[in-house]
Design a protein around this ligand. Sequence first.
Ligand code: SIN
Length: 598
Amino acid sequence: MGDDPLDLLVLGSGVAGLTAAVQATERYGMSVGVLTKGALQQSTTRWAQGGVAAVLGEDPDSTDLHLADTLAAGAGLCDAEAARVLVDEGPDRVHALVALGASFDRDAEGRLELAREGGHSRARIVHAGGAATGIEIERALADAVLATAVAVHEHAFAVDLVVTDGRCRGVLAVDRHGRWRQVTARHVLLATGGAGQLFAVTTNPVEATGDGIAMALRAGAACADVEFVQFHPTALHHPRMPRPLLSEALRGHGALLRDRDGDRFVDELLPRDAVSRAMTARMADQGVDHLWLDATGLERFGERFPTIAAALGDVGLDPAADWLPIAPAAHYLCGGVVTDLRGATSVDGLWAAGEVACSGVHGANRLASNSLLEGMVFAHRVIEAIDSGADGCEPTGAMRTVVATGPRGGAEPGGPAASGEPGTIGGRRVAGWHPVRPPIGVDSIDGSPSRERVGRSSEGASEPPLDDGAVAALRDRLQRAMTLHAGVLRSATSLADASGDITEVVRALGAVGPAGTGAAAAGIGVTDAGGVGPAVEDAAGAVPSPAALEVANLAELATATLAAAAMRTESRGAHTRRDHPDTADAFRLRLVIGPDDR
Ligand code: SIN
């Protein structure tokens, strides 16, 4: 690696990051680096079961129907333009993946098998190995990346984005040897995935700690919709973590939901927010901590779903004979870093694709199997845009329609307080904002802005680092607080309880907090050193452990999520307030966490 900045630095190695890396090198000959905190194939993509929703068959399906299902699931907050892009370009991206070597399940005639899942009006989900779609996609993309000139940096933890003069120019990272590294690039793509680890009960792997969104928040990039955490209804109720997922496809094939008494209580094919809500309410009514998935009527279970059958076998369950214990588990973050239709964020040089992004396609609740699709479609768009010389965001997609309908500036009764003019957050060239600033560092979540930033602690800079046990205890405390108080059902009181716990976690983190561990705390200046630079020798601060950095990132995101959830005094999509059970027109807008203006 020479001294020149990379053309593109990709952070993360899931479907979005690897799609972008392959395309950027193979098609456009860009110099590309992939930096990931684990091994190359260690990503949430690997855990995806159901598949990829795309209209690949003939009538009676159509992209209009896929669009309608996506918008209906999104509960009034999807950006229709972005969702249209998703459904129209999805089929080509699936074909491109097949051309790259991904092998999807086919029938005896060689046609792609299409499954149906919750919220879909047609069977349109392609899958691999029954419910091992993510593994196959990750394999195909990783093989392609390894066959190209992409420089892969595994086990390197990106700590903070380097932003100077309003432009992202790379990252500061801690490498596998625990040394600071500075990586410079003309463009940086955040493809770091989601944050299921905010919760104690999740289907996400341990790596899903919201690092990209936390970095973006600290860098002042606009983030939105972080209150919409989707809970998957049918995670196996078992101590194993991440919770083994019992794919939506099982219900698509006829598996039934049963309560404590064996009764059915909800339409199994409703979008998953509705199913999770109905389950949570039924569990509360019946005083139980799980319900049942009855898949005994499914034929050829082991043949159709070999990986699920194996996971069940591991814990002594036979789907042909046993009802399967299930409970909702945190699964997907619908919001993230706001992007335009090309994946550009509000910070020049910074792009985002996949779960880390808020492209507008998911709104308040993602339609099943639209996530891998989103990663492929928008990562492709990022590279096309960079190649065409695009720089900076434009007012399209979620970037334009931050206020879908309803009040601009929040002046309407019942809506959130006004804060800022559309188009003028921190002077950035964006339009249609409805900025909400309190999420950073709130002590209370009554909506009053706080001046204290999460983890920023000048006196803490000289404190000794937390030991591994203390860091693990803080992570545990954060996850329990979020699970108990900010899960499927929320209220002002429960959110305040969670906020109190998270504030304590942030205090305990001290200098390990996000800002305290980044460039500023380490005394690292930003230089124009190119490519992957040498380890920074003169860093003043202790190098933080990845485990501590993860908890700091979780705390940053938890704080934002709780504040946005407190501010959204309505129920919509994946966000349900017991104290505000109705959907309110005044809240048909995004709560955007704007750039830090202090
Ligand atoms: C599943 O297979 O149920 C998960 C699919 C998804 O998260 O979209």
